[in-house]
Design a protein around this ligand. Structure first.
Ligand code: PLP
Length: 351
């Protein structure tokens, strides 16, 4: 006898987009700003006093109160998760019955299709145009013709940086019976959130994360925002102790520092603006060699027929960015990191 892995998992590889040590990491859309010592000291001290021998609060009561207040929401409409990755997995695993369809809008965040495949969901992809835009009315027709039960997309989008306006998302919400999951992982860098519409549309779930603008990728914390009915389901289907004591404590300590959070948002937005302008200038100097796409996020898309060569050249300069086939996705870094990136890109195109 011999045990055989089923085919959906037999050839999976562990998630490791980039291996190796690089001096400058601009590949994962993290914040380059370190969490202030004040926040960390307080969090570690509280954890130490707790002893960590007890399970965490399964309802994240205090954390939800603080997070809801930060966004001016009711605490009845929040569910916390171990990163928003976990929330994606929870939604994709529980809101579809066998054979029901889920629509993704490609290119988009790879985890949607990944979890869908693990849970054996039927994914029907809707493809964006070459400039990453898409016609929302065409998407609505696509979702409805396919009788999809779930539509999931990131807005602004990772990896394209492209965002659709709030009124377009609203049109989607009112034009379909499908559950619409809007992943707003990067919305802290833009101003078109639909989280205030959860009371208006009963088919909306908004996903949030602490990993990007909040600069807390290391603690693993995400959230779903939805009406009470959906929230009760999410709270019921998640695993009970999904957000650990250290994460809950650290996030509470961070949320006490509202001024710091807002100033970090501003700093990151200025940083990406500076990088965008510098790259645009280079684009002019090397007409036709590459193209910089507009962005609503903390990263920039560089399209080029030479994307692979440029990617490898940057690695040889110890700068890691994300290679996505026809383009590179570059997270904004510190002023020094961005300056080094620019000079390496310049050197590559001057070769
Ligand atoms: C980074 C990212 C996430 C993952 O967030 P975690 O909370 O770190 O799991 C989710 N969605 C999108 C679109 C992202 O880019």
């Amino acid at each position: 006898m011999s045990y055989r892995l089923n085919e959906k998992i037999a050839n999976l590889k562990p998630y490791d987009p980039i291996s190796g040590e690089y001096k400058i990491r601009l590949d994962a859309n993290e914040s380059y700003i370190k969490v202030p010592d004040e926040v960390l000291d307080k969090a570690f001290d509280l954890c130490k006093r707790s002893g960590l021998n007890r399970y965490p609060d399964p309802c994240c009561t205090e954390l939800i109160k603080a997070y809801a207040e930060f966004f001016g929401l009711s605490d009845k409409c929040l569910t916390m998760s171990n990163g928003s990755d976990e929330m994606i997995s929870i939604i994709v695993s529980s809101f579809l019955l066998k054979g029901e369809k889920m629509v993704t809008v490609l290119p988009d965040f790879s985890m949607y299709a990944f979890y869908a495949s693990v849970f054996e969901n039927t994914v029907v992809p809707f493809y964006k145009k070459d400039d990453f835009s898409f016609d929302v009315t065409e998407l609505i027709d696509f979702v409805n013709k396919n009788e999809a039960k779930l539509l999931i997309f990131s807005n602004p989008c990772n990896p394209t940086g492209y965002g659709i306006k709030r009124d377009e998302v609203e049109l989607l919400l009112k034009s379909t019976d499908a559950l619409v999951v809007v992943d707003e992982a990067y919305m802290d860098f833009w101003d078109q959130s639909v989280m205030d519409l959860i009371g208006t549309y009963d088919n909306l779930i908004v996903l949030k994360t602490f990993s990007k603008a909040f600069g807390f990728a290391g603690v693993r914390l995400g959230a779903a925002i939805a009406n009470e009915k959906l929230t009760n389901v999410l709270r019921a289907v998640k695993s009970p102790y999904n957000v650990n004591v250290i994460t809950q404590t650290a996030a509470l300590c961070l949320l006490e520092k509202k001024d710091y959070i807002y100033s970090a948002f501003e700093q990151l937005k200025n940083s990406v603006k500076g990088l965008y302008n510098a790259l645009k200038e280079l684009e002019n100097d090397f007409t036709g060699r590459f193209y910089i796409a507009p962005t609503c996020t903390n990263f920039i898309v560089l399209k080029s027929d030479e994307a692979k060569e440029l990617y490898e050249y940057l690695l040889s300069c110890s700068i890691a960015v994300r290679y996505m086939g026809s383009f590179l996705r570059i997270t904004t870094g510190t002023p020094e990191e961005n300056a080094e990136l620019i000079s390496c890109i310049k050197a590559y195109f001057n070769k």
